[in-house]
Structure formats: C-alpha cells, structure tokens
Design a protein around this ligand. Structure first.
Ligand SMILES: *Cc1c(COP(=O)(O)O)cnc(C)c1O
Length: 401
C-alpha cells in the first residue's frame, strides 16, 4: 500500500509518518483508531502445537516481553519505513541502543573509528569500557578522510561510527565518501542521526549500513520520554537484537507509545525547528555580542557544503559563542526567559544550556580545552514557540550582558 521510501519522494513521507506501521499488521482492539498499549510481560499459546508453530515461524506472535511487544513493534515499523531501512529495533534509551550496538557488532580485540565531536557518554563508553574487551579506537576529526584511509589500512576495523550533525559543534560527515572508503574493507558504517532526523537526512539512502537515534529527542519530541532506536541492514540489526535480548534494555510499551505518538507530528515539528534555528543562527551571527555561530545552514560553517548535499533542512539546534567568559555567558543564559535551562534537545519547548556547566563541569578547564568545549559556548535547541518570541527573548538577554 505504501511502497518503499526513496529519497525522491520524501515529500510524501508526511503521510507515511502518520499512518505507517499502524494501519496494518498490528492487533485490532475494539476498532480503536490508535495503536493499543499492550501491557503484558508474557504471551500465551493455545497448545503445544501452536507453540511449536511459533518456534518454527509458522505462527506469528510474541513469546516474552523482553523479546518483543506489539506496541513497540508498530513503532519500530514506523521508524523502519521513515528511514528506509530493512529492520529497526527500539530500546530503553539512546545510550542503550549505542552500547548494545557496539557490544554486538564489534568483536573482542576489534577496532572502531569514531569522530572527535561526540555525545559525552558514548565517548566515555568507547574510551573506558570497550578497552576492557581489547577493543581499540581511532578518533578522527569529522573531516579527516586521510586519517580514515590510514586507520582502515592499519587496523581490521569493524565499525565506523559518527554523529552527523555532531554535538555540540554540528559537524557533518561526507557519508558517501566514508562509505566508499569503508565498504571495500568490510567496515560497517553507522551514523547517529539524532540531530538530523530522517526528515532532514536519511543516511541509509547514501549507503550507510546503520542509523541510530536517541528517540528521546526529536522522535518523541515532547521532552517526556527516553528511548533509542537502530535502523538499517537486517543482518546487523538482527545481531544487535540477539544481544539486546540478552542485555535486556527493553523499552516499556508506554514509552514506545509516546514515541509512536511523537512521530505522527515529526515532519511538522522539524519544519518549524529548521525554520526557527536557521533564523536565530542568522540573527546571532549578525549580533555584536556574539563571537561565533555554529550552524550547518550558515555558509560560515566548515561543513556547510556537505550539509547542503546531505540535508533538506539543517536541524533545530544552534550552538554559539558569546563574547565573554564563563560567567558572562552564564548571565546571558540566566537572562533568557523563554527557554528552559536544561540538557537535551528536539522537544516542543526551547532548551538552552552551557555545555561547560551542564555536561563537563566535573572535567576542569584543561580537560575541557583538550576536548574543545569552550566556556562561552551555548547550545540552543529551538522549540516550536513563535519565532518572534524566541528572537525577542534572545535579544533582551544579550542586552543584559
Ligand atoms: C541524547 C543523545 C544520546 C543519548 O540518548 P539517550 O536517549 O539520552 O540515552 C546519544 N547521542 C546523541 C547525539 C544524543 O543527542
């Protein structure tokens, strides 16, 4: 009925986003229009014959809550079609998805390639936990393709993993170029597309093997749920699922429902996020109290050309540097009245944070300098408030410093 999503028809995805995964293939309860939240820890069988039929794939059902749930499955199907992947797997959080993926796809003693600008907890897992399994890592600048070639030659690399856009500097990677280097060596390419969403960029269309998302961000979209998802090649997702079934980071069906519900308005919300973020980035770049703006939609961004190639819109997050020190920057943040001071992004409410204070306070100035987190850096996640209100609030807060 819906056909495969191709990049050419992404404009028609809006309808897909609304109904796909729900209209067919899920249990029909009292003709309810919405997908029911199926609260069950286990599933029963009529008799042994039915159970054996299930085991042999002749009877489609579920067995136990850790291995699957109808609400979760409907949500996975929606995300699978949105990204144009072969399979999708939800889990309890974005970190759960990332860690399970790394553990499942990289063998002991293996090697991975990642990029510098990276979600802090993912970096921590790669640098502190994976070495315990003898897994080593090459960390590259997102635009270091020579370094990537070298790493692929010198190591047996199992996985290339990068966010695109990255956090917090919104660097973008040349997916096709990375795929052309990795594919011949058998190294899988996984992109964390949390900041992009499939509305702006579908990495699988450009040859990536896998995409992961923190569904706690734009997918859920309302700052009210934690979830993570991996989408892409069936053989790889199946491997992750096998491990997920053991590790047990299962999403609760209520949470899966909230993600499913959020996805119905994803396209509308992302349009507004893209629009407001682009406008505020331009406003800030022209403001005398701003040192620098990091937004891939601006020609001044180092990866603007790459972003133009891979993104339909440039996303809802803008990072920028205030002219001033840590405390002047904090004063600007405290003077903003519209956004909440909070970590996270991608929800209907605008959020503002100073990465130094919210994510790296324990690190001390030297360590922060080493990983490139500046004290005057601000990350703004535009919500869906009226743009005029966002700008007016930002302007008055800048007048306060
Ligand atoms: C938030 C985030 C994560 C972690 O996701 P959780 O759902 O909070 O566990 C991973 N990667 C990126 C890019 C994120 O923004």
């Amino acid at each position: 009925m819906y056909g495969a999503c191709t990049r050419a028809n992404t404009d028609g995805l809006s309808f897909l986003r609304t109904h796909t995964g729900e209209r067919s293939g899920r249990p029909r309860v009292s003709d309810a229009l919405t997908t029911p939240i199926v609260c069950t820890s286990t599933y029963h069988f009529k008799d042994t014959e039915e159970l054996i039929a299930y085991q042999e794939g002749r009877y489609g059902s579920f067995e136990y809550g850790r291995y699957g749930n109808p609400t979760t499955q409907a949500c996975e199907e929606k995300i699978r079609q949105l990204e144009g992947g072969e399979a999708a797997l939800l889990s309890a959080s974005g970190m759960c998805t990332a860690t399970t993926m790394l553990l499942a796809l990289v063998p002991a003693g293996g090697h991975i390639v990642t990029t510098t600008d990276c979600y802090r907890r993912t970096r921590q897992f790669i640098q502190t936990f994976l070495p315990k399994m003898g897994i080593s890592c090459t960390v590259l600048d997102p635009s270091d393709y020579v370094g990537l070639e070298k790493a692929l030659k010198e190591h047996e690399c199992s996985l290339y993993f990068s966010e695109s856009p990255t956090n917090p500097y919104l660097r973008c990677v040349d997916i096709e170029r990375i795929v052309s280097l990795c594919k011949p060596t058998g190294c899988l390419v996984c992109i964390d597309g949390t900041f992009a969403t499939p509305c702006n960029s579908r990495a699988l269309d450009f040859g990536a093997d896998l995409v992961i998302h923190s569904a706690s961000k734009f997918f859920g979209g309302h700052n009210d749920v934690l979830a993570g998802v991996i989408v892409g090649r069936k053989d790889a997702v199946d491997k992750v699922k096998q491990f997920h079934n053991i590790l047990g980071g299962v999403i609760d069906p209520h949470a899966a429902y909230l993600v499913l519900r959020g996805l119905k308005t994803l396209a509308l919300r992302v349009e507004r996020h893209n629009d407001s973020a682009m406008k505020i980035a331009k406003f800030l770049e022209a403001h005398p109290k701003i040192e620098r703006v990091h937004y891939p939609g601006l020609p001044s961004h180092p990866d603007h050309e790459i972003a133009k190639k891979y993104m339909k819109g440039f996303g809802g997050v803008v990072s920028f540097e205030v002219k001033g020190d840590l405390w002047q920057t904090a004063k600007f943040i405290d003077s903003c009245k519209l956004p909440y001071i909070a970590p996270s992004l991608g929800g209907v409410e605008s959020l503002i944070e100073q990465p130094t204070v919210v994510s790296y306070w324990d690190q001390g100035p030297e360590k922060r300098a080493e990983i490139g987190i500046k004290d005057n850096l601000v990350r703004y996640s535009t919500g869906i408030e009226d743009y005029a209100d966002i700008e007016a609030d930002m302007a008055q807060a800048l007048d306060c410093i």
